[in-house]
Design a protein around this ligand. Sequence first.
Ligand code: AMP
Ligand code: FE
Ligand code: FE
Ligand code: ZN
Length: 286
Amino acid sequence: MTVRIDLHTHSTASDGTLRPAELVRAAAEAGLDVVAITDHDTTDGWAPALDALPTGLRLVRGAELSCRWNGERPAVPLHLLAYLFDPTHPELVAELTRVRAARLDRGERTVDLLRADGIDVDWWEIRTLAGGGTVGRPHIAQALIRAGLVATTTEAFGPDWLGERYRLPKEDIDVFRAVRLVRAAGGVAVFAHPRASRRGRIVPDTLIAELAGAGLVGLEADHEDHSPAERAHVRALAADLGLLVTGSSDFHGSHKTVQLGAFTTSIEAYEGIVAACSGVTEVASG
Ligand code: AMP
Ligand code: FE
Ligand code: FE
Ligand code: ZN
Protein backbone atom coordinates (compact mmCIF):
# COMPACT_ATOMS: atom_id res chain seq x y z
CA MET A 1 0.00 0.00 0.00
CA THR A 2 1.34 3.41 -0.84
CA VAL A 3 1.51 5.99 1.90
CA ARG A 4 0.01 9.31 0.82
CA ILE A 5 1.85 12.33 2.18
CA ASP A 6 0.92 15.99 1.55
CA LEU A 7 3.36 18.39 3.22
CA HIS A 8 1.91 21.82 2.38
CA THR A 9 -1.64 22.97 3.23
CA HIS A 10 -3.34 26.11 4.54
CA SER A 11 -6.24 26.68 6.93
CA THR A 12 -8.17 29.72 8.13
CA ALA A 13 -5.19 30.42 10.41
CA SER A 14 -3.89 32.06 7.20
CA ASP A 15 -5.40 32.21 3.72
CA GLY A 16 -7.10 28.81 3.47
CA THR A 17 -10.86 28.43 3.76
CA LEU A 18 -11.17 25.32 5.99
CA ARG A 19 -10.72 25.67 9.72
CA PRO A 20 -7.79 23.62 11.08
CA ALA A 21 -10.17 20.95 12.43
CA GLU A 22 -11.95 20.79 9.07
CA LEU A 23 -8.61 20.60 7.27
CA VAL A 24 -7.44 17.48 9.11
CA ARG A 25 -10.83 15.81 8.64
CA ALA A 26 -10.73 16.63 4.93
CA ALA A 27 -7.19 15.24 4.76
CA ALA A 28 -8.37 11.93 6.20
CA GLU A 29 -11.35 11.88 3.82
CA ALA A 30 -8.99 12.54 0.90
CA GLY A 31 -7.14 9.35 1.85
CA LEU A 32 -3.98 10.99 3.18
CA ASP A 33 -1.83 9.19 5.75
CA VAL A 34 0.30 12.24 6.57
CA VAL A 35 -0.61 15.91 6.27
CA ALA A 36 1.35 19.02 7.20
CA ILE A 37 -0.40 22.22 8.27
CA THR A 38 1.73 25.07 6.93
CA ASP A 39 -0.09 28.35 7.37
CA HIS A 40 1.67 31.55 6.40
CA ASP A 41 3.77 32.95 9.27
CA THR A 42 1.74 31.42 12.10
CA THR A 43 1.40 28.32 14.26
CA ASP A 44 -2.10 29.26 15.43
CA GLY A 45 -3.67 26.32 13.58
CA TRP A 46 -1.54 23.69 15.34
CA ALA A 47 -3.61 23.22 18.50
CA PRO A 48 -7.06 22.99 16.88
CA ALA A 49 -5.69 20.66 14.16
CA LEU A 50 -4.14 18.43 16.81
CA ASP A 51 -7.34 18.36 18.87
CA ALA A 52 -9.36 17.22 15.85
CA LEU A 53 -6.78 14.80 14.40
CA PRO A 54 -8.67 11.77 13.01
CA THR A 55 -7.52 8.27 13.94
CA GLY A 56 -4.85 6.99 11.59
CA LEU A 57 -3.79 10.40 10.29
CA ARG A 58 -0.37 11.82 11.13
CA LEU A 59 0.07 15.57 11.47
CA VAL A 60 3.30 17.40 10.72
CA ARG A 61 3.15 20.79 12.36
CA GLY A 62 4.74 23.48 10.23
CA ALA A 63 4.48 26.94 8.76
CA GLU A 64 5.24 28.69 5.47
CA LEU A 65 7.60 31.55 6.21
CA SER A 66 7.53 34.75 4.13
CA CYS A 67 11.18 35.34 3.27
CA ARG A 68 13.22 37.52 0.98
CA TRP A 69 16.58 37.32 -0.68
CA ASN A 70 18.46 40.58 -0.58
CA GLY A 71 20.84 39.64 -3.41
CA GLU A 72 18.82 41.70 -5.89
CA ARG A 73 17.14 45.09 -5.66
CA PRO A 74 14.29 45.08 -4.97
CA ALA A 75 14.60 41.96 -2.80
CA VAL A 76 13.09 38.74 -4.21
CA PRO A 77 10.23 37.34 -2.10
CA LEU A 78 10.24 33.58 -1.49
CA HIS A 79 8.61 30.99 0.76
CA LEU A 80 10.25 28.50 3.10
CA LEU A 81 8.34 25.55 4.53
CA ALA A 82 9.41 25.03 8.12
CA TYR A 83 8.53 21.76 9.82
CA LEU A 84 8.56 20.45 13.38
CA PHE A 85 10.16 23.49 15.00
CA ASP A 86 9.67 24.72 18.56
CA PRO A 87 6.76 27.19 18.31
CA THR A 88 7.98 29.03 21.42
CA HIS A 89 11.51 29.78 20.17
CA PRO A 90 11.71 33.50 21.09
CA GLU A 91 13.53 34.88 18.04
CA LEU A 92 11.44 32.87 15.60
CA VAL A 93 8.23 33.91 17.37
CA ALA A 94 9.38 37.54 17.19
CA GLU A 95 10.02 37.29 13.43
CA LEU A 96 6.63 35.68 12.78
CA THR A 97 4.89 38.37 14.83
CA ARG A 98 6.78 41.07 12.95
CA VAL A 99 5.92 39.60 9.53
CA ARG A 100 2.24 39.27 10.39
CA ALA A 101 2.23 42.96 11.36
CA ALA A 102 4.01 43.80 8.08
CA ARG A 103 1.27 41.90 6.24
CA LEU A 104 -1.40 44.02 7.92
CA ASP A 105 0.46 47.17 7.00
CA ARG A 106 0.88 46.03 3.39
CA GLY A 107 -2.77 44.94 3.18
CA GLU A 108 -3.99 48.31 4.35
CA ARG A 109 -1.68 50.16 1.95
CA THR A 110 -2.86 47.93 -0.91
CA VAL A 111 -6.47 48.80 -0.09
CA ASP A 112 -5.54 52.50 0.04
CA LEU A 113 -4.01 52.20 -3.42
CA LEU A 114 -7.12 50.49 -4.78
CA ARG A 115 -9.43 53.06 -3.16
CA ALA A 116 -7.36 55.94 -4.55
CA ASP A 117 -8.28 54.53 -7.98
CA GLY A 118 -11.96 54.51 -7.05
CA ILE A 119 -12.15 50.79 -6.31
CA ASP A 120 -14.57 50.13 -3.50
CA VAL A 121 -12.87 47.66 -1.17
CA ASP A 122 -12.99 47.97 2.60
CA TRP A 123 -9.99 47.17 4.82
CA TRP A 124 -12.01 46.45 7.96
CA GLU A 125 -14.29 44.10 6.09
CA ILE A 126 -11.24 42.27 4.67
CA ARG A 127 -9.67 41.99 8.14
CA THR A 128 -12.91 40.84 9.69
CA LEU A 129 -13.44 38.14 7.08
CA ALA A 130 -9.83 36.95 7.60
CA GLY A 131 -11.13 36.07 11.07
CA GLY A 132 -7.89 36.73 12.92
CA GLY A 133 -5.83 34.57 10.55
CA THR A 134 -2.67 35.82 8.83
CA VAL A 135 -3.89 38.31 6.20
CA GLY A 136 -2.72 37.78 2.63
CA ARG A 137 -3.50 38.85 -0.88
CA PRO A 138 -6.10 36.05 -1.25
CA HIS A 139 -8.24 37.95 1.27
CA ILE A 140 -7.99 41.10 -0.86
CA ALA A 141 -8.71 38.97 -3.93
CA GLN A 142 -12.00 37.92 -2.30
CA ALA A 143 -12.91 41.59 -1.81
CA LEU A 144 -12.28 42.22 -5.53
CA ILE A 145 -14.55 39.26 -6.33
CA ARG A 146 -17.26 40.57 -3.97
CA ALA A 147 -17.02 43.97 -5.67
CA GLY A 148 -17.62 42.24 -9.01
CA LEU A 149 -14.31 43.46 -10.43
CA VAL A 150 -12.88 40.01 -11.13
CA ALA A 151 -14.49 36.59 -11.38
CA THR A 152 -11.81 34.38 -9.86
CA THR A 153 -8.82 34.43 -7.51
CA THR A 154 -6.59 33.64 -10.50
CA GLU A 155 -7.87 36.76 -12.25
CA ALA A 156 -7.31 38.82 -9.09
CA PHE A 157 -3.64 37.74 -9.21
CA GLY A 158 -3.28 38.94 -12.81
CA PRO A 159 -1.03 41.89 -13.76
CA ASP A 160 -3.86 44.46 -13.64
CA TRP A 161 -4.56 43.62 -10.02
CA LEU A 162 -2.65 42.00 -7.16
CA GLY A 163 -0.04 40.35 -9.38
CA GLU A 164 1.59 43.61 -10.48
CA ARG A 165 -0.28 46.90 -10.54
CA TYR A 166 -1.49 46.66 -6.94
CA ARG A 167 1.31 44.44 -5.65
CA LEU A 168 3.27 46.00 -2.80
CA PRO A 169 6.33 44.50 -1.08
CA LYS A 170 6.28 43.61 2.60
CA GLU A 171 9.08 43.33 5.17
CA ASP A 172 9.83 39.61 4.90
CA ILE A 173 12.43 37.61 6.86
CA ASP A 174 15.94 37.44 5.41
CA VAL A 175 16.07 33.90 4.04
CA PHE A 176 19.43 33.01 5.60
CA ARG A 177 18.20 34.22 8.96
CA ALA A 178 15.01 32.16 8.50
CA VAL A 179 16.96 28.95 7.77
CA ARG A 180 19.16 29.58 10.82
CA LEU A 181 16.19 30.28 13.09
CA VAL A 182 14.25 27.21 11.95
CA ARG A 183 17.29 25.06 12.67
CA ALA A 184 17.92 26.78 16.01
CA ALA A 185 14.29 26.00 16.89
CA GLY A 186 14.90 22.30 16.15
CA GLY A 187 13.03 22.30 12.85
CA VAL A 188 13.64 21.57 9.19
CA ALA A 189 13.44 23.99 6.24
CA VAL A 190 12.30 23.15 2.70
CA PHE A 191 12.17 25.71 -0.12
CA ALA A 192 8.52 26.01 -1.30
CA HIS A 193 7.85 26.12 -5.08
CA PRO A 194 11.36 27.44 -5.82
CA ARG A 195 10.89 27.70 -9.62
CA ALA A 196 7.33 29.08 -9.70
CA SER A 197 8.17 31.69 -12.34
CA ARG A 198 4.49 32.25 -13.10
CA ARG A 199 4.15 33.85 -9.65
CA GLY A 200 6.91 36.39 -10.24
CA ARG A 201 10.68 36.58 -9.96
CA ILE A 202 12.58 33.48 -8.86
CA VAL A 203 16.01 33.08 -7.29
CA PRO A 204 19.11 31.64 -9.00
CA ASP A 205 20.33 28.10 -8.32
CA THR A 206 23.49 29.57 -6.81
CA LEU A 207 21.39 30.96 -3.96
CA ILE A 208 19.75 27.57 -3.42
CA ALA A 209 23.24 26.02 -3.22
CA GLU A 210 24.21 28.60 -0.59
CA LEU A 211 21.03 27.87 1.37
CA ALA A 212 21.84 24.15 1.25
CA GLY A 213 25.18 25.04 2.82
CA ALA A 214 23.33 27.01 5.50
CA GLY A 215 21.13 24.05 6.42
CA LEU A 216 18.21 23.90 3.97
CA VAL A 217 17.21 20.22 3.65
CA GLY A 218 14.82 20.04 0.72
CA LEU A 219 13.15 21.49 -2.34
CA GLU A 220 9.47 21.27 -3.26
CA ALA A 221 9.42 20.03 -6.85
CA ASP A 222 5.90 18.74 -7.50
CA HIS A 223 3.64 21.77 -7.15
CA GLU A 224 0.90 23.09 -9.41
CA ASP A 225 2.80 26.32 -10.04
CA HIS A 226 5.74 24.41 -11.58
CA SER A 227 5.68 23.37 -15.24
CA PRO A 228 6.97 19.85 -16.02
CA ALA A 229 10.31 21.40 -17.06
CA GLU A 230 10.50 23.35 -13.79
CA ARG A 231 9.80 20.18 -11.78
CA ALA A 232 12.54 18.34 -13.62
CA HIS A 233 14.94 21.22 -13.04
CA VAL A 234 14.22 21.22 -9.28
CA ARG A 235 14.73 17.44 -9.08
CA ALA A 236 18.06 17.66 -10.87
CA LEU A 237 19.19 20.52 -8.65
CA ALA A 238 18.19 18.61 -5.51
CA ALA A 239 20.15 15.58 -6.72
CA ASP A 240 23.20 17.79 -7.36
CA LEU A 241 23.01 19.38 -3.93
CA GLY A 242 22.04 16.26 -1.98
CA LEU A 243 18.66 17.72 -0.96
CA LEU A 244 15.36 15.92 -0.39
CA VAL A 245 12.54 16.42 -2.90
CA THR A 246 8.95 17.01 -1.83
CA GLY A 247 5.61 17.33 -3.59
CA SER A 248 2.48 18.87 -2.16
CA SER A 249 -0.87 20.38 -2.97
CA ASP A 250 -0.48 23.79 -1.29
CA PHE A 251 -4.20 23.34 -0.62
CA HIS A 252 -6.06 26.58 0.21
CA GLY A 253 -9.67 25.28 0.31
CA SER A 254 -11.86 27.23 -2.11
CA HIS A 255 -9.30 30.03 -2.51
CA LYS A 256 -7.59 27.74 -5.05
CA THR A 257 -8.81 24.90 -7.23
CA VAL A 258 -6.12 22.37 -6.22
CA GLN A 259 -7.29 19.46 -4.03
CA LEU A 260 -5.63 17.81 -1.03
CA GLY A 261 -3.21 15.13 -2.16
CA ALA A 262 -3.03 16.46 -5.74
CA PHE A 263 0.76 16.21 -5.37
CA THR A 264 2.50 14.06 -2.78
CA THR A 265 5.85 13.37 -1.14
CA SER A 266 7.67 10.02 -1.06
CA ILE A 267 7.98 8.12 2.21
CA GLU A 268 11.79 8.39 1.90
CA ALA A 269 11.72 12.20 1.70
CA TYR A 270 9.23 12.38 4.56
CA GLU A 271 11.40 10.14 6.72
CA GLY A 272 14.42 12.27 5.82
CA ILE A 273 12.61 15.38 7.04
CA VAL A 274 11.57 13.73 10.29
CA ALA A 275 15.09 12.41 10.84
CA ALA A 276 16.55 15.90 10.31
CA CYS A 277 14.46 17.55 13.03
CA SER A 278 15.59 17.63 16.65
CA GLY A 279 12.42 16.10 18.05
CA VAL A 280 11.32 19.17 20.04
CA THR A 281 8.08 19.02 18.07
CA GLU A 282 7.22 15.53 16.87
CA VAL A 283 4.88 14.21 14.23
CA ALA A 284 1.51 13.72 15.96
CA SER A 285 -0.54 10.56 15.43
CA GLY A 286 -4.33 10.55 15.47
P1 AMP B 1 0.82 37.00 0.03
O1 AMP B 1 1.43 35.94 0.90
O2 AMP B 1 -0.13 37.87 0.76
O3 AMP B 1 1.83 37.76 -0.79
O4 AMP B 1 -0.05 36.24 -1.03
C1 AMP B 1 0.48 35.08 -1.63
C2 AMP B 1 -0.58 33.99 -1.61
O5 AMP B 1 -1.48 34.26 -2.64
C3 AMP B 1 -0.02 32.63 -1.89
O6 AMP B 1 0.31 31.97 -0.72
C4 AMP B 1 -1.19 31.96 -2.54
O7 AMP B 1 -2.07 31.54 -1.53
C5 AMP B 1 -1.87 33.06 -3.27
N1 AMP B 1 -1.53 33.16 -4.69
C6 AMP B 1 -0.38 33.59 -5.22
N2 AMP B 1 -0.43 33.59 -6.56
C7 AMP B 1 -1.67 33.14 -6.88
C8 AMP B 1 -2.36 32.91 -8.10
N3 AMP B 1 -1.80 33.16 -9.29
N4 AMP B 1 -3.62 32.47 -8.03
C9 AMP B 1 -4.21 32.23 -6.86
N5 AMP B 1 -3.62 32.42 -5.66
C10 AMP B 1 -2.37 32.88 -5.68
FE1 FE C 1 -1.29 31.25 0.51
FE1 FE D 1 3.86 29.62 -0.98
ZN1 ZN E 1 1.49 27.75 0.60
